[in-house]
Design a protein. Structure first.
Length: 254
């Protein structure tokens, strides 16, 4: 059996800091939800939610909000009140756009938008100056807009299962990036911009149509793991021997 209604008794637990209601069927939340004023973590995965209840946006102390595996199409403008939020998971919803108030979540470090319906990158995300981890796997992205370059402080970036053919020139400025996944896109060439990412430790380019690696790959001096399986590579450049920290190399099905 699943919970159909929010248990009102929870509102009496005024010192509550973590609440997990995942895997239920609660779609309505009481007006007095704001009484849980010490709540810092809220988990609502797999709850059949079609929208983020406005009552959640009154929990101004929230730092962690997990809304994965629901049917949410966007966030309410009032979600911008969650200015203390550090970790937001919207994976596997039906997000097509985000409100401009998202920029008010200026403490956000982790954002997961994997498996949504983003045909265009939401420019509001570019305003999140403290963002370090961004998941954009399994959307329909064909390009990264100019505003994306404001996120050059990212450490981890997931772009798997999109429709990207190239990377823009300014991507070379992502000097903090340590992990980049572009598996299963439409790359036909190794993006030269990647060779400028000297902090990169893990690079995943499997499942594209890359035919050769540039000599400049030697500039990835901190690379430890390189995944190039399921491409069309016929030979490796001599300069790959300069990757002295490389520990893992995948070349299957080339």
């Amino acid at each position: 059996m699943k919970l159909q209604y929010f248990p009102e008794q929870i509102l009496e637990l005024t010192q509550l800091q973590v609440l997990n209601l995942s895997g239920n069927h609660i779609t309505n939340f009481p007006y007095r939800f704001f009484m849980l004023r010490f709540l810092t973590e809220l988990y609502l995965r797999n709850d059949f939610l079609e929208f983020l209840p406005a009552q959640v946006c009154t929990l101004v102390q929230l730092e962690v909000l997990d809304l994965a595996n629901n049917f949410i199409r966007t966030l309410p403008y009032s979600s911008g009140h969650l200015t203390r939020l550090r970790w937001l998971n919207l994976q596997n919803n039906q997000i097509t756009n985000l409100p401009s108030s998202l920029a008010d979540m200026n403490g956000l470090c982790y954002l997961n938008l994997e498996a949504n319906e983003l045909k265009i990158f939401p420019e509001e995300v570019s305003q999140l100056s403290r963002l370090r981890v961004l998941h954009l796997n399994s959307n329909n992205l064909r390009a990264l807009p100019e505003s994306f370059k404001l996120l050059n402080h990212l450490r981890i970036l997931y772009l798997k299962d999109n429709k990207l053919r190239v990377l823009p020139d300014w991507f070379a400025s992502f000097h903090c990036l340590a992990y980049l996944s572009m598996e299963n896109n439409d790359l036909v060439c190794f993006p030269g911009e990647i060779s400028k990412l000297t902090s990169l430790e893990v690079l995943i380019l499997s499942g594209n149509s890359i035919r050769e690696l540039p000599d400049s790959i030697k500039e990835l001096v901190n690379l430890k793991e390189l995944f190039l399986g399921r491409n069309k590579i016929r030979k490796l450049p001599p300069s790959i021997t300069k990757l002295e920290k490389l520990q893992v190399l995948y070349l299957q099905e080339n």
